[in-house]
Design a protein around this ligand. Structure first.
Ligand code: NDP
Length: 343
């Protein structure tokens, strides 16, 4: 049950992630509750409202979204729309005086991210990106180990984020394959977890990026997006990261980190659940089980709720989303030019 002062959140976009992961996770949250729904599908929204004990007057469409300004039950919105719509619905929420939790990837390009950050500042409202791994026990443990020097000096991070997609999807029938709504492709959608892990495990920013892409323009699924891309980051410490992402191989969700003494292997690494973690090398061979991964959704939303209520710092704010969007742009630039780029 929400505590006193719990922050009321309107869910914007009732798609797969909102309905299957986020809305059920509110049951485990203390500082936030669902206070509204924004959807283009009234019938679906009425069913969802009934299931969550919301009144019909808590449902909005995209056409009357601005009216949330006058709804005191709604303190904030959670944007769970296709990426190409994040900027507009974030800026409009700030104009309506609401705080914003926005899904990853933050937006289509750094310019959009900058406009979202500026709109939040102008409105005096908070902006957080839904980077759930910062609230997930296995990834938190991995950060503690790598940043605490637990592997010895870090040498290499490898990340793999891939899944295969069946026949029949097209840029017209699925937004993830549509450049105007998804950007370049699986890099923004899934590979962003590798970009994130490379940075939060190393604690560094790359100085150089080198990337190669595979295009498949004759495949009707991949006429608009880059279906596979691999990149290498060079860090100032001398460590490197190698990241692969694509819609070409099924079920790859791995992050491995090699230090001079020990190796940390995470497989599934950044998933909703089913995480496993192994610490090996120099006589060590341990399985670590730091907690239940499924708490990540509620913990993330509670972090946002507390920030809105108390003005406390946000761990995964708009600046982090902007940073990652710039790195993604650099990865594509390197792949397009077929040479390394400095950061
Ligand atoms: P879905 O396609 O399942 O849902 C998107 C929803 O957005 C639709 O159901 C629809 O809701 C609404 N929408 C509004 N305009 C459009 C449009 N033009 N095309 C398609 N949908 C539209 O996507 P997901 O739920 O998988 O992804 C949504 C967001 O969540 C993305 O930013 C994605 O990156 C992020 N995500 C994050 C995950 C994580 O682990 N952090 C996991 C999965 C997704 P309605 O019918 O109510 O209007």
């Amino acid at each position: 049950a929400p505590s006193e002062g719990s922050v009321g959140i309107a869910i914007v976009g009732l798609g797969g992630y909102a309905l299957r992961q986020i809305m059920p996770a509110f049951a485990g949250a203390k500082h936030v509750h669902i206070a509204g729904l924004v959807s283009g599908n009234r019938e679906k929204a009425e069913e969802v409202a009934a299931a969550y004990g919301l009144e019909d007057d808590q449902i909005y469409g995209y056409d009357n979204y601005a009216d949330i300004a006058g709804d005191d039950r709604i303190d904030a919105v959670y944007i769970i729309l296709p990426t190409g719509l994040h900027e507009k619905y974030t800026v409009d929420a700030f104009t309506a005086g609401k705080h914003v939790l926005c899904e990853k990837p933050m937006a289509m390009d750094p310019g959009e991210c900058e406009r979202m950050i500026a709109a939040g500042k102008r409105a005096g409202r908070r902006l957080m990106i839904g980077y759930r791994c910062h609230f997930e026990p296995f990834n938190l443990k991995a950060m503690e180990i790598t940043k605490g020097g637990g592997l010895g000096p870090l040498r290499l991070i490898q990340t793999q984020h891939q899944y295969s997609v069946g026949e029949g999807v097209t840029p017209q029938n699925n937004w993830r394959f549509n450049r105007a709504l998804a950007g370049g492709g699986p890099l923004e959608d899934y590979g962003i977890y590798g970009v994130q892990a490379a940075l939060y495990l190393s604690g560094e920013m790359p100085t150089r990026i080198s990337a190669t892409q595979m295009l498949m323009p004759d495949d009707p699924r991949f006429t608009e997006i880059v279906p596979f891309i691999a990149s290498q980051f060079t860090f100032p410490s001398g460590a490197a990261a190698q990241l692969t992402t694509g819609y070409n191989v099924d079920g790859l969700n791995r992050v491995d980190a090699w230090g001079s003494r020990h190796t940390l292997k995470m497989n599934r690494a950044t998933a909703y659940s089913g995480q496993e973690m192994q610490l090996t090398g120099s006589g060590k061979d341990e399985s670590l089980n730091p907690g239940d991964p499924s708490v990540q959704f509620a913990q993330m939303m509670d972090h946002f709720g507390q920030a809105v209520r108390d003005g406390s710092p946000i761990l995964t704010g708009g600046e982090m989303g902007l940073r990652d969007t710039r790195l993604i742009e650099a990865i594509y630039r390197s792949a397009d030019r077929e040479r390394p780029v400095g950061i």
